[in-house]
Design a protein around this ligand. Structure first.
Ligand code: GLA
Length: 398
């Protein structure tokens, strides 16, 4: 018994993660989805400028994250990572300073293996040294991947890096990118602030992409893999269904549906498009503050799938202050009519324990994309949702 007591105490004392970070899902931009490893200082400075000029920062996006490809192929003689001098002639500290000077936070990427997925030096065996280097540059966010890990134990590898970040002393959001292989939602709550739940996304609505030796998943495929793990997410520890593909080639309605669903899932909102050439439609999706507010709601509860029939689904996300968001999703390739009697359906959520009976309480309805009030739950809701599209309603108690 005394032994157990001692271990319980030390578990708390040495809790490694910075608890205060990411109380709502992190928002930012990452270089991977558009540029892969083709990044360089000038292009990224232009991206930082566009981040601010486009209104992304004002809409709540904060992190600017470099993904794979920022490093030179070898460490220096002291074992330190080096920013590729051709891509980053001014060095990484100068680039981080530039990001910070615009009121943004700076994120970087590495991998738990011996090499990153792109073949650059991995962190395995250098955890404390790399964390200290990142802290000296002013890194605020670390995405930590899972390539070339052979027989490494996932929980141990991520725990070690989490402790290394803590020891380096600078608060950093720790983003686990282990693709859900070892169910991080079961063990990563005290290790990091977010964990990937699946393999990589691609800009496709309902069809996976064959990359030869592996598939990247469509928006709907990833969506379907989230339903059984929603109870593991909450303030400070989020399921990450991967970065956004808004503006990367899907139709407008599909981008809108993808974004809405990620907000319903309380997913990290990490844009992955070229911010320098965003269409007005793309901008209007990413910066829709009312939809972003659903994602950022302080209750931090993920939506559940309440109804599914013939390609039409209803997703329900309980919100703080007795609110609720309801998203009607049409997965099919033809329009579908909704004729929904609120009073006929009790909304009950096993995770938040919230129950709504529309016979007892009436709610007002606001369409967050059309930015229009649509009456109340005392009337039948009639609407036609287009193919591969959504309508997102915010319900407020009257
Ligand atoms: C993995 C990750 C991606 C990206 C690449 C970089 O595939 O899942 O998000 O970081 O590696 O090589």
């Amino acid at each position: 018994m005394p032994f157990l007591f001692c271990c319980a105490i030390s578990g708390n004392v040495f809790a490694q993660k910075f608890e205060e970070l990411a109380q709502t899902p992190p928002m930012g931009w990452n270089s991977w989805n558009t540029f892969q490893t083709n990044i360089n200082e000038q292009m990224l400075r232009d991206m930082v400028d566009a981040y601010v000029a486009s209104g992304m920062r004002d809409a709540g996006y904060t992190y600017f994250v470099l993904d794979d490809g920022w490093m030179a192929m070898d460490r220096d003689k002291d074992g330190n990572l080096v920013a590729d001098p051709k891509k980053f002639p001014s060095g990484m500290k100068a680039f981080a300073d530039y990001v910070h000077s615009k009121g943004l936070k700076f994120g970087i990427y590495n991998c738990a293996g011996t090499r990153t997925c792109g073949g650059y030096p991995g962190t395995h065996g250098y955890e404390y040294q790399d964390a200290r280097l990142y802290a000296s540059w002013g890194v605020d966010y670390l995405k930590y991947d899972w390539c070339n890990t052979d027989s490494i134990n996932a929980r141990d590898a991520y725990l070690t890096m989490s402790k290394a970040i803590r020891a380096a002393g600078r608060p950093m959001v720790f983003s686990l990118c282990e693709w859900g292989n070892h169910q991080p939602w079961l063990w990563a709550k005290n290790i990091g602030q977010l964990w990937r739940t699946t393999t990589d996304i691609h800009a496709g609505f309902d069809k996976d992409l064959n990359n030869g030796t592996w598939f990247s998943y469509s928006v709907l495929h990833i969506l379907d893999l989230q339903t059984s793990i929603r109870q593991y997410a909450g303030p400070g520890h989020w399921n990450d269904p991967d970065m956004l593909e808004v503006g990367n080639g899907m139709a407008y309605s599909e981008d809108k549906a993808h974004f809405s669903l990620w907000c319903m899932l309380a997913a990290p909102l990490i844009a992955g498009n070229d911010l320098r050439k965003m269409s007005d439609e793309t901008k209007s999706i990413l910066t829709n503050k009312d939809v972003v507010a659903i994602d950022q709601d302080s209750l931090g509860v993920e939506a559940y799938r309440f109804y599914s029939f013939d390609g039409l689904e209803i997703w329900v996300k309980p919100l703080a202050n007795n609110g609720v968001a309801v998203c009607f999703l049409n997965r099919s390739s033809h329009p579908q009519n909704i004729n929904y009697e609120w009073k006929d359906h009790l909304l009950t959520d096993s995770v938040s324990k919230i129950t709504i009976d529309f016979n007892k309480t009436t709610y007002s309805l606001r369409d967050l994309w059309a930015k229009k009030d649509l009456g109340t739950t005392s009337k039948t809701f009639k609407y036609t949702v287009g193919a591969h599209d959504v309508i997102v309603l915010r319900l407020s108690r009257l």
